[in-house]
Design a protein around this ligand. Structure first.
Ligand code: KIV
Length: 291
């Protein structure tokens, strides 16, 4: 636990990079988990639209709305006052126009108290990134495997395998940084591509997710890292603790103890003084059974 941690700021993130320290970043969607992540000293929290899958049980992120995102991001902010909280712009909250991008990025800041926003896409989204940055909102680009375009990308698979595809990711990174992104997330690209981009990017932070050790820091999906998503565990994720197993065991114990009447025990309930109880019975006479 990090006692008395200071509120993370943008200069502090860049200072970590300058010192050669790794930045830690996890997804989070709720108040109690945000509290734990803040206490553990996690630098950045992504309120990802992955919540559509991890929290709401959809098969993709596409059904997630801005209102869903604001509700979850505000809860995370309340739980994590010190981490750098990033609101993930959901499908169709920024694709239609620069104006929609600025307006919805502004909602994350004003209504949920976020520190930054993230959006998916490369050079084609540079005008959205520029608009948001001009509005004074720190913005993160997201390249490689971009789940909102999973259909166009042929599924959840490694991106940038060929030299030509990798060059496009390099060019897209440059376009996003030129447009004003302070950070670019590279999801599921080869380790050497991530390393090359990190080495050649001077004015922005490069974060990796399943893209090897060479980025300025790592992002993981919380539900993957703690075995809380029942459908699958991506190969790139490491399970740091099997919270899913702990919860399953606890649930089985709960069902067993209630069934066997060993729960609740006297320490789990409150009694009533004899004279108050006797008076209650007297007050109810001759009423008998409650109908
Ligand atoms: O929504 C999310 O959690 C994300 C990650 C997959 C990067 O965008």
């Amino acid at each position: 636990m990090v006692a008395d941690r200071k509120k993370m700021t943008l200069p502090m993130l860049f200072e970590k990079v300058a010192r050669g320290e790794q930045i830690t970043w996890l997804t989070c969607y709720d108040y109690p988990t945000a509290y734990l992540q803040d206490q553990a000293g996690v630098d950045m929290i992504l309120v990802g639209d992955s919540l559509g899958m991890t929290m709401l049980g959809f098969d993709s992120t596409l059904p997630v709305t801005m209102d869903d995102m604001i509700r979850h991001a505000a809860a995370v902010r309340r739980g994590a006052p010190n981490a750098w909280v990033v609101g993930d712009m959901p499908y169709m909250s920024y694709q239609p126009s620069v104006e929609s991008a600025i307006r919805n990025a502004g909602r994350f800041m004003a209504e949920a108290g976020c520190d930054a926003v993230k959006l998916e896409g490369g050079a084609e989204m540079a005008d959205r990134v520029a608009g948001i940055a001009r509005a004074g909102i720190p913005v993160i680009g997201h390249l490689g495997l971009t789940p909102q375009s999973a259909s166009a990308l042929g599924g959840f698979r490694l991106q940038g395998k060929s030299a030509a595809q990798a060059k496009k990711i390099v060019d897209d990174t440059a376009a996003l940084v030129d447009a004003g992104a302070f950070c670019v997330l590279l999801e599921l690209v080869p380790d050497r591509l991530c390393g090359l981009i990190t080495e050649r990017t001077k004015d922005a932070i490069i974060m990796g997710l399943g893209s090897g050790p060479h980025a300025h820091g790592q992002l993981l999906i919380y539900h993957d890292a703690f075995a809380l998503y029942p459908k699958f565990k991506p190969r790139m994720a490491k399970v740091f603790a099997d919270a899913g197993a702990v919860i399953r065991e606890g649930l089985a114990a709960y069902v067993r103890e209630v069934t066997e009447r060993t729960f609740p025990a006297p320490e789990n309930w409150f009694g009533m003084k004899d004279d108050e109880y006797d008076e209650l019975v007297r007050l109810l006479e001759p009423r008998g059974d409650i109908q």
